[in-house]
Write a protein that binds this ligand. Structure first.
Ligand SMILES: [Zn+2]
Length: 438
């Protein structure tokens, strides 16, 4: 009897010890976005924490009961965003204290993430500038674009370019280690550069570096800039590495049009959770209703743009399907901006992974998308915008007929617009391409 009692006690003690095993902070990553800095701690187990600010100098203190910092915890030694440094220290009763040294006061927001992708449990701390209030979706929807402009001044066409994923969310990864978030940002920048050079057009990038932005925030950024078009750039991933080709998606009302599309839609939408964006926004439902009201017209326009882009991409290489696909991607849900999502290739296909890394191929993809955009706006010029001034420099073998056909303008308008009396062209000569309808 006594023997059993001791045995039980020992068992209790061991259980007690097992329960009391401290959680470990094993890794630390910092991501600097223009409007906030994200700090991500890799943790061995889910944990609770307390957080408070200290001033002069500015610091954020995170206390975690029953936790330790892993022996080899690598701490960045240079400033990232508004974080100057990170310190760890032990407090009484096995408490771990993490101190973030900051360049300014912050409005912190923290949450934990369950294991996902390549990462395990995480504690995420977002440091926002207290002067910048987060704008709910509904509010920016209500703002919309100015209904009528008092001045007759012409404005630039604004093209929002959205490089998918970023920061904690790498997107799909190829066997060679190529990450979707990197290649799509590179392609997005190339597309932005082409648009920048085009008179009467202006690009807006939803993200400019390696950090995550919520899917709704991507839409908001485009809407705040009164974008005329939204293009989300991605690279596909699939478990079967033979699958290849580019795809162009527009929003579907009834969900995905095929098994593959549905799979993709879930994967892309899951990014919001993977990126750890707060979903406690009560205005979301109202926003959904608002979005629904005016979506039909935007979808019709999206189908047109997508069709143009799909044709251009087909010229460049293999496409995954024979036509534009429809899926329920959140980023395509702008109520009044035609929106298109381009899966540039399958990063999980070894040949396409190599191509996606190739700067020349990235440029060709950007050019294909750009041609699709130009072709769309040649026939759908939003009121109050500049005529998209297009120019073409004559190469050997060009004929006026070919050029007119390429830009979908009539031969006469092309001649008249350039004051040409004959069909003779000279190599190096620059022609201005008239807008459609002239
Ligand atoms: Zn993606």
């Amino acid at each position: 009897m006594k023997q059993l009692f001791t045995g039980l006690c020992l068992w209790c003690l061991c259980q007690g010890l097992a329960l009391a095993a401290p959680a470990e902070v094993q890794g630390l990553r910092l991501w600097a976005a223009p409007d906030h800095t994200r700090v991500v701690f890799d943790i061995s187990d889910p944990l609770s924490h307390k957080m408070f600010s200290l001033h002069n100098p500015e610091r954020l203190v995170i206390d975690i009961p029953n936790a330790i910092a892993a022996a080899g915890l690598a701490i960045p030694d240079k400033r990232v965003g508004i974080v100057k440094g990170v310190r760890t220290g032990k407090r009484g009763k096995g408490q771990l204290r993490l101190v973030l040294d900051l360049t300014q006061a912050v409005r912190p927001h923290s949450f934990t993430l369950k294991p996902g992708g390549q990462h395990g449990h995480r504690l995420v701390v977002d440091l926002h500038d207290p002067a910048v209030k987060q704008q709910p979706v509904a509010q920016s929807s209500a703002q919309g674009r100015p209904a009528g402009r008092k001045t007759k001044q012409l404005r630039d066409l604004v093209i929002a370019i959205d490089a998918g994923h970023g920061g904690e969310d790498p997107g799909a990864t190829g066997r060679g280690g190529t990450r979707e978030k990197d290649v799509v940002l590179s392609i997005a920048r190339k597309l932005a550069a082409l648009i920048e050079r085009e008179p009467g057009m202006r690009p807006v990038l939803t993200r400019q570096g390696d950090y995550y932005i919520g899917l709704r925030q991507r839409i908001n950024k485009a809407r705040q800039q009164n974008a005329d078009l939204f293009i989300s750039i991605h690279a596909d991933g699939f478990r079967d590495r033979r699958v290849q080709g580019s795809s162009v998606y527009v929003l579907s009302r009834r969900g995905a049009s095929s098994e593959m599309a549905r799979w993709l839609a879930e994967k892309e939408n899951a990014a919001d959770l993977a990126g750890g964006v707060s979903l406690d926004d009560k205005d979301q439902l109202l926003a959904e209703v608002l979005l629904d009201l005016s979506q039909t017209a935007a979808i019709e326009a999206s189908v047109d743009v997508a069709g143009n882009m799909f044709q251009e991409l087909r010229r460049l290489g293999k496409t995954h399907k024979k036509s534009v696909q429809k899926a329920g991607f959140v980023v395509l849900k702008s109520p009044d901006i035609p929106s298109v999502l381009v899966e540039t290739a399958f990063i999980t296909n070894p040949t396409e992974e190599r191509k996606l890394r190739d700067k020349r191929h990235q440029q060709a993809l950007a050019r294909a998308m750009f041609s699709g955009i130009l072709r769309y706006f040649a026939t759908h010029q939003p009121p109050g915008t500049h005529v998209v001034a297009r120019e073409y420099t004559i190469k050997r073998g060009d004929t006026l007929g070919h050029i007119a056909q390429h830009y979908q303008v009539s031969l006469n308008s092309l001649k008249g617009y350039n004051g040409l009396k004959s069909n003779r062209l000279r190599i190096g000569q620059t022609l201005r391409i008239p807008p459609a309808g002239i």
